[in-house]
Design a protein around this ligand. Sequence first.
Ligand code: AMP
Length: 479
Amino acid sequence: MRFDELGLAPELLQAISDQGYVTPTPIQAQAIPIVLSGKDLMGGAQTGTGKTAAFTLPLLQRILPFASSSPSPARHPVRILMLAPTRELAIQVFESVKDYSKHIPVRSLCAYGGVDIKPQIEEIRQGIEVLVATPGRLLDLVEQKCLNFSQVQALVLDEADRMLDMGFIPDVTRIINLLPVQRQSLLFSATFSDEIKKLADKMLRSPVLIEVARRNTVSETITHRVHPVAATSKRALLVKLLKSSEFNQVLVFTRTKIETNRLARELERAGIAADSIHGDKSQQDRLKALEAFKDGTTLVLVATDVAARGLDIDELPHVINFEIPHTPEDYVHRIGRTGRAGKLGTAISLVSADEVSYLVDIEKLIKMQIEQVIVPGFEPEYDYEYPPSGKKKHHHRPAAPSPTVAPSARPQRERLPGRRRPSHIAEDGFDFSKPYECAEPHPVTASTDADKAHAKAHPEHPHKPRRVVAALLGGLGRK
Ligand code: AMP
């Protein structure tokens, strides 16, 4: 399939060729003819599939007959409305609109909050045909009475699942109610929950459903890896990983804004050029951080899920989950930053004992067991247990290698390139610098009941290897 077989106008084909695109991505090949025919569409597509062009190109073609070079605002009413959940995604969609419409006299604007509304009002008054907006700012503009939706022909709701997560559905519903009933509507979402289906019922009429990747799946070009690690050693491990030659441009995810700032500062102190991006930063600071990351001034961008949504960074090779998300769908979204448009990517997750159950949820969702690799010197907590037995252990020991993982996903030991294992760490991770501890009752050393219980084979996983202990004489042994 070639772009010129899709029935697109020469001005759009020229813009596509300017972008260097050679063949349509699967969602483009499927969606473009449907949107050109005027039908409603429900698109199941993750970020990185080329979905922005899949809806922007045919919609631009639909308004092409109205394109006018006239300076009169009356000739440029809002004809296409595109809603995105975050400023970053809105900007990314807007940039695509500008790229694809550069040979057409069509005016477009991106309206998002956190910046002065007046210039946006001013531009709208001059006439805007394609308006890309976040829902909150759009409603602010509606209140300013500078918008007239009577000529809206098409509505796009991008990343509807994130709209839902961020609590925007009431705003979106209010906006939908302001639009002409006769219009084309397109809804895109990486995942389809019942709420999304309900929203689709309200918004779409007899939509054509297309899904380019199975729901909640991740790109096959991504290599996933888990490093089981003690929570207290995560920072040190992250620094070690980032300093290894494997990494050049890395998006690191944390769960909270506070952690995002703190981690970026600590990385800077460790000599790694890093910055952070989250919702409390001003729009200007966020864009500055993003630009520095894109142009390679910073090696690491630490981000929250919300802030990272919609970041479009070409050829981003690595994503590291400093903390794994508690909602498995967020893993899919985070990983959507890498492996885009068929490129190779790595997704690394640092997982501590208390996060194993979230890891299991993620594996269930993506229908894949992720390889677990222990980095010597960065072993997980004593009670790291995969799969989790559901029994919380309350005893704590110094970090020791944990073989309490299912054999198929048992952590492998890894040697990072150019880094030697410290001499006090044995091949299987046993730390000789720590005092000897026995796991079973010992004639001269008192042991706790917890120790005794743990030293026995796990009742639910009798096949599991038991804890590695050092034989008192004769080195390492596996009891
Ligand atoms: P999206 O899923 O819309 O966020 O697009 C992901 C990336 O793929 C963007 O960087 C686009 O510029 C790029 N892209 C979109 N369509 C194509 C195509 N047909 N060929 C190559 N790259 C594309």
